[in-house]
Structures are given as structure tokens and as C-alpha cells.
Design a protein around this ligand. Structure first.
Ligand SMILES: NC(=O)c1ccc[n+]([C@@H]2O[C@H](COP(=O)([O-])OP(=O)(O)OC[C@H]3O[C@@H](n4cnc5c(N)ncnc54)[C@H](O)[C@@H]3O)[C@@H](O)[C@H]2O)c1
Length: 450
């Protein structure tokens, strides 16, 4: 049965309406660097049948429905009405004028076998001029930038870009994902509190308004979902959260959870589950891509560091377990080391202690590929944010915390970092959307059978 038909039936039977994913979905990427080009080229390879979308839960994952004995476990993409890969169209902004092919070659992530056959397609994606200011990304220079007297003018130009792409591509719906460089560290201040103060600050070129916020504002004003893949504040401020709620648009962030932090949010819950203590966790990275170069600037690194450091505190709850986690030394370093390119090496030295306090060590050496891990996350976020929009869900999408290092939460709530709690929340939200029973793994079915 076609997805559109099934959606209609679900809506009729359960009264929960999800508009069908008809027509094209336009994915607008802020930044056309390593992650964005690996994502776009990957989707094109997959839809030409030349590779598999490995790492994408939406494409490869299944979802159990009902009792275990029912043996119902469809693919997620066959269960929920997601946009088809064939319906995706792309656009990007970047201050560097390289088209997607040139940018992908420079990024050095994908090999010729995944780039050359699709070179004309990639060359057709030319970056739109960016709302860019070197004050916020010190190590970058770019010529492909917008000009305007005020930040508000730049935001209006971005809105114009969004409308124009929608018209020219014939897209039915859009999503925008920030996959651009990490900006310098900013803290929420008075200008970020209300839409009025935010708009006034744009008019006055207030330094508290970073370029990423202009994209987020433009997206929301155009009713387009916005997801933030970097640790910048961006849409994580009250003014834009309220705007998203008012306009009924889903938002989320921050910072794609890919290599080292993904491992951390798997290992730390395991220690806690077994009540093993932790005295220290030293994480260091070497990477040589442009992201590494940008993060070599202390102000951009500070933004990343905050995002990477938060996870242990929330998972381990030292206030509840002071003997086990009350005195953890946690350090994160990122070192720019050009010979490695995009192939990052993330080392972790973990000092734990067990029965009667005896110390033990764990060493993790993750020889990963940053953009290979990030690209499927971009795909899933694009599809899930579009789904959320069609399901009438607005504001912060906490159920998509699974994809983020420092998930945005409703005011006053702490973020959930444990990867498997996040996964359960995501899948239960999909079940809820489709009118299926939520699964708690309590094993009730066993007792029922007995
Ligand atoms: N790869 C991963 O595993 C991973 C994980 C988490 C977060 N991230 C974040 O994703 C982002 C992208 O990573 P990448 O490896 O593709 O970096 P990259 O340096 O290859 O690409 C970023 C691009 O953004 C552009 N850019 C900078 N400011 C911009 C602006 N104001 N408007 C439009 N474009 C702008 C840059 O010119 C560059 O081309 C980074 O912030 C990175 O920290 C990546």
C-alpha cells in the first residue's frame, strides 16, 4: 500500500493526522563543507542504487510493534510516512564559493568512485551567498557573502533565498539544517529573551546575534523546520523557541552526536547501571579537516567543549551517587593535526573503580571518519523534522535527542543523554504518532502468557 494511502487510513482510524509526504522535500544546508557534501553525495549514490545508507536509522532500522509474540517489526521507513530519498532536492549556503563537487573533493572524505559518476549532479549545487561574519568563525575567510547594513537585512535576504529555492525547485516542503562551522562561544543574554528584543538587536547589529541565529530566524519566519548540527546557541534561545511555538514549526539541536560522544553516552550508562565508580575520563581527538582548523581557535573550541563536557554530569547524576561520581576529573581536548584529514582519532582513557574501590582502566581508540558518521544523521534529521512538521508537532523536538550531543529541552528540564533511552523515546514517539502501543520492555507479555 502506498505511504500516502496508509497515512490517510491511519488518520481516519485513529484521528491522528499526518499529512502525506507528497511532492519534493527541499533540504537547505547551511554550510557546504565535509558533512553536507558527504550527505548529499551519499543520498545520490543510494538513490542510484550504488551504495547503502548505512548508519541511517530511518533507512536501515526496524521498529517492533505490539507484543514480542506478534513478530511485527517493519522497517521504520515502511511504518511512518517519511519522504522518499528520490524526492529530496538540495540547496546550500557557504561563504566559500565552491560547488558541491569541488567542496567534496577538497573535503577528501569520499573516494572518486562515489564522486565521479555523480559529478554533474554535484556541480549543479552552487552555494548561495552566506550570512557570514568572521568575528564568529575566526579561522575562516570567504568571498561568497551577503552584504547588508543591518543583521535584519541579512535575515530578510535569507528569507528571500528560502522562498526562491522553494519556487525554483518546486519543493512542496523545506527543512533547514545547520552543518556550518562552529561559531565562537555565546551565552544567552537579555537580547535573546523575546522576539521584540531579538529583532531590535538585529536592527542595531548587536554582537549577541550570531549569523547562525539569522538563519534560524529566517527559517522560522518562513515556517521551515530548523535543526542545528553544531554546538552554537543558534535556536536554543527563548526568543526563537517562542517563535517556533507560535508559528507551529519544529526546531532542535545541538551538535550532531557522532564519534567520541556517542561512545561516551553508551559507556557511561553501562558503568552507572552496574554501579561502578568513575574517577576520571580523559578524551582527546586529533583531526585535520576544516572543522578541526576552526576548532583550533580557542573561542570556537569553547563552544564545542561545553557541548562535549555536559553529557557525563547528566548521565551519572553525582548529586545522587556522591561516592561513585562525586569526584570525576573530565577533560576533553581537540587537536588540529592536518595529516589525518577527516579521519579523526578519538582516544579515551577512562579510570573506573569497582568492589571495595579497586581501580581499573578502559582505553578506547576510535579511528573514525567524522563525516561518514555525521551524514546519516543529517539524512534522518531532515526526514524526521519533515515528519514532525506534517504531524503538526512544533517547538523543541526532544524525541530527536538521539541525534544530538547537547539536546535542547523545554525550559527547566534536564537533557536525556543515554543513547538507549533516547532511542526508546524516539521509537515510542513514532509508535504514538501511528497509534501503536508504546513499548516499555517490562515483560508483561510473559506474565500474561503464564
Ligand atoms: N562531522 C562530525 O562528526 C560532526 C559532529 C558534530 C558536529 N559537527 C559540526 O558540523 C559542522 C560541519 O562540519 P564539517 O566537518 O562539514 O565542517 P567544514 O568546515 O567542512 O564545513 C563547514 C562549512 O560551513 C561554512 N560556513 C561557516 N560559516 C558559515 C555561515 N555563516 N553560513 C554558511 N556557511 C558557513 C564553511 O565555509 C564550511 O564550508 C561543524 O560545526 C562541526 O563542528 C560535525
Amino acid at each position: 500500500m502506498a505511504i500516502a494511502e496508509r497515512t490517510l487510513i491511519v488518520a481516519q482510524e485513529l484521528g491522528r493526522e499526518i499529512a502525506p509526504p507528497k511532492g519534493k522535500l527541499g533540504v537547505m544546508l547551511v554550510g557546504l563543507g565535509a558533512v553536507s557534501t558527504t550527505f548529499i553525495a551519499g543520498v545520490e549514490n543510494v538513490r542510484r542504487g550504488r551504495a547503502l545508507p548505512i548508519g541511517s536509522l530511518s533507512q536501515m532500522g526496524t521498529i517492533r510493534l505490539g507484543k514480542r509474540a506478534e513478530k511485527r517489526a517493519p522497517k521504520i521507513r515502511e511504518f511512518v510516512p517519511l519522504a522518499e530519498l528520490g524526492d529530496l532536492v538540495f540547496a546550500a549556503w557557504d561563504p566559500i564559493p565552491d560547488d558541491a563537487y569541488t567542496a567534496a573533493v577538497k573535503a577528501g572524505v569520499l573516494e572518486g568512485k562515489h564522486l565521479e559518476p555523480i559529478a554533474p549532479f554535484l556541480k549543479g549545487i552552487q552555494p548561495l551567498p552566506a550570512a557570514f561574519d568572521q568575528q564568529y568563525v575566526k579561522r575562516l575567510q570567504g568571498s561568497n557573502v551577503k552584504r547588508g547594513k543591518t543583521k535584519r537585512e541579512l535575515a530578510e535576504q535569507l528569507r528571500q533565498d528560502i522562498r526562491e529555492f522553494k519556487r525554483a525547485s518546486g519543493a512542496d516542503r523545506l527543512v533547514i539544517i545547520w552543518a556550518a562551522s562552529t561559531e565562537v562561544f555565546l551565552q544567552p543574554g537579555p537580547t535573546h529573551q523575546t522576539l521584540a528584543t531579538f529583532e531590535k538587536a538585529m536592527d542595531q547589529n548587536d554582537p549577541a546575534i550570531a549569523p547562525s541565529m539569522l538563519y534560524a530566524y529566517a527559517a522560522l519566519m518562513e515556517s521551515v523546520p530548523f535543526a542545528n548540527g553544531a554546538p552554537n546557541l543558534t535556536v536554543d534561545i527563548p526568543a526563537l523557541e517562542c517563535l517556533a511555538d507560535e508559528r507551529g514549526v519544529p526546531i532542535g539541536g545541538k551538535d550532531f552526536k557522532t564519534g567520541q560522544t556517542m561512545m561516551k553516552t553508551v559507556l557511561a550508562p553501562a558503568f552507572k547501571a552496574r554501579m561502578l565508580g568513575l574517577s576520571g575520563w580523559y578524551s582527546t581527538n586529533i583531526l585535520g579537516n576544516r572543522d578541526g582548523e576552526v576548532l583550533d581557535d580557542p573561542e570556537s573550541f569553547k563552544t564545542k567543549e561545553e557541548s562535549k563536557l555536559g553529557v557525563l554530569e547528566y548521565i551519572l547524576q553525582p548529586e545522587m551517587y556522591p561516592e561513585l561520581y562525586g569526584n570525576v576529573f573530565h577533560k576533553v581536548r581537540i587537536n588540529y593535526y592536518p595529516p589525518r584529514g577527516d579521519n579523526k582519532e578519538g582516544w579515551d582513557n577512562i579510570d573506573i573503580f569497582g568492589w571495595l574501590g579497586y581501580p581499573m582502566q578502559i582505553k578506547v581508540d576510535f579511528l573514525c571518519r567524522d563525516s561518514i558518521l555525521a551524514a546519516p544523521i543529517v539524512l534522518d534529521l531532515a526526514l524526521m523534522f519533515d515528519l514532525a512538521r506534517r504531524a503538526g508537532m512544533s517547538g523543541i523536538q526532544e524525541w530527536l535527542s538521539f541525534y544530538f550531543k547537547s539536546p535542547q529541552t523545554a525550559p527547566g528540564l534536564y537533557p536525556e543523554h543515554d543513547l538507549f533511552i533516547q532511542q526508546t523515546k524516539l521509537k515510542n514517539t513514532l509508535r504514538w504518532m501511528m497509534g501503536e502501543e508504546q513499548i516499555t520492555h517490562l515483560g508483561i507479555e510473559y506474565y500474561e502468557k503464564a
